[in-house]
Design a protein around this ligand. Sequence first.
Ligand code: FES
Length: 145
Amino acid sequence: MKLRVELEGRDFLEVECEGDDVQTPGRVLNVSMIGCSQFMDMMQKMKKHFGPDVSAWPLPEGTDHSSILLREMILKLRGEWKFPYSEAELCHCRSVPAQVVDQAIIAGAHSTATVTRQTSASTACGTCRPQVQKIIDYRLGKKAS
Ligand code: FES
């Protein structure tokens, strides 16, 4: 099984694990990554300080895209990833996919106003705005559980 986190067109981290159950991934078999210098520096430093087992690394507390992506991978490897939204489309008025909103947040849109400006989500009835805020909070580690 492969787990992947990415900022599309920019950075990705893919981990190949034993087994097929994404909720309880097995031993890490292979790690692949490509990214900007910040992302690669962070990964090298984490590996140097905490060893090759990504699942044993501490959760990054930063809000930069590298920290957000790495936090997602560590939580996935621990079977603790609980993304707070499950439907493909987040904003039904503007037909904005949840993935588009999520990618904007990873890239630095950390307020509902910024997400709205960048994606058009929440520009009509506004009922999706609380969901956008939940994803922001989860991505920034405010509600990680
Ligand atoms: S559902 Fe997003 S603005 Fe209405």
